[in-house]
Design a protein. Structure first.
Length: 394
């Protein structure tokens, strides 16, 4: 009998889901024993009026709060230190993240440093940081305002490292530990209704990429595998409606819950798409969801010899009628569906169109090999493969 591998599974945090859920925020803060939360957000959330809807229930409950709204689209370690300073100066005891993936990533890193000695460099995955993070952390409430990253239920936090000790320039690095999960994910679809179509498409395709990569990732995790497939079914049914009819609260809600499910599923692992895409936000200022959408069909083609069965399953989940066709044809249909979604959503046709300069490909191909996600890709990757994939998506 083959030796059984011992596997640890971490289920998502407590989730509250439903239109109007934000109104109970004050009760949640009190339940966690919070006296003064730090609200981590960005200017976009503030300008959209979402922040005012977030603080209203706190004010009704007479809960004092502080605000740090200087999170950048790709949060840096320096931004995290700035947020930490606000937490300490204001005497906060709980963290609330209100925004998209960047905000939640920054909030998670701030939370870690409230009880763990800086610098953040000590806690990245690639330097063994998971063994240095303990559970003595303040409560964290994540309130997503986009439907895509799923950071509200994930263990990960992606931060742009500015230390200059890795490769030329800055690059994204990951913090990942079960202790990094939020104490509560508060999912209110009404907060996502104002998302413009372009952002809906980018974040929606981010969630699709999470589901696709997780389903065929090499880790053994049948729970996450099942959740990934169901997330893709919900996304396939609702992503077009959310894009074309942005005021449809039901479609927004389905996208929000599917995003959380897809993010939970990548406990099984991700793949080459993410190792490649992580380089593009810092190198070419390409939003993560856009980068994922452009890269996904090219990586799926690269993976085909190792993932035909998985991609055939994905085709069915996305709503393609696969009856009477071979698994190879179904897998091809899944790739064609991703391309169709990209076209319908006006995703840039290539990385060059999106802003990448071709002469930077050798450098970012090298950096992609420093990212941990590709290690769970169904087909092993080399630096030459990364280079070729960038070229194929260019």
């Amino acid at each position: 009998m083959a030796e059984q591998i011992i596997v640890n599974y971490f289920l998502p945090p407590s989730i509250q889901f439903g239109a109007g859920a934000i109104k109970q925020l004050g009760e949640h803060v009190c339940a966690f024993g919070g006296k003064k939360p730090l609200i981590v957000t960005d200017e976009g959330v503030t300008n959209a009026g979402i922040l005012s809807r977030t603080v209203a229930p706190l004010e009704s409950a007479q809960i004092d709060y502080a605000i740090f709204d200087a999170v950048q689209p790709n949060p840096t370690d320096l931004s995290v230190l700035e947020g930490l300073k606000g937490y300490r100066t204001e005497g906060c005891d709980l963290v609330i993240a209100v925004g998209g993936g960047s905000v939640m990533d920054a909030a998670k890193a701030i939370r870690i440093l409230t009880t763990h000695e800086p610098p953040l460099e000590n806690y990245y995955v690639d330097v063994g940081g998971i063994d240095r993070i303990t559970n003595n952390l303040p409560a964290l409430i994540c309130i997503p305002t986009t439907a895509g990253t799923g950071s509200e239920v994930s263990q990960g936090s992606i931060i742009t490292d500015t230390s200059g000790r890795t490769t030329e320039g800055h690059r994204k690095r990951a913090i990942s530990t079960p202790y990094n999960m939020a104490s509560l994910a508060l999912l209110d679809p009404e907060l996502t209704v104002g998302m413009p179509p372009g952002l809906t498409a980018a974040t929606g395709m981010d969630a699709v990429t999470h589901g696709v990569e997780a389903y065929v990732a090499t880790r053994y995790h049948p729970i996450a595998e099942g959740v990934a497939l169901q997330a893709l079914k919900i996304l396939g049914k609702n992503i077009r409606q959310a894009y074309h009819q942005g005021n449809d609260v039901e479609a927004r809600g389905e996208m929000l819950i599917a995003s959380a499910m897809a993010a939970f599923s990548f406990q099984k692992g991700l793949g080459a798409v993410h190792s490649l895409a992580h380089q593009l936000s810092t190198e070419a200022n390409i939003p993560h969801g856009i980068a994922n959408a452009i890269l996904l069909p090219e990586v799926m083609i690269f993976n085909l010899p190792h993932a035909v069965d998985g991609y055939a399953d994905i085709a069915g989940a996305l709503g393609i009628d696969t009856s009477g066709i071979s698994k190879a044809d179904a897998a091809d249909a899944a790739i064609a569906e991703i391309r169709s979604l990209n076209e319908e959503f006006s995703i840039p046709t290539g990385l060059g169109v999106a802003g990448l300069k071709r002469e930077r490909i050798p450098k970012i191909a090298k950096d992609a090999m420093l990212d941990h996600c590709y290690k769970f890709n169904p087909r092993p990757c080399t630096k030459a493969d990364m280079h070729n994939l960038f070229e194929a998506a260019f």
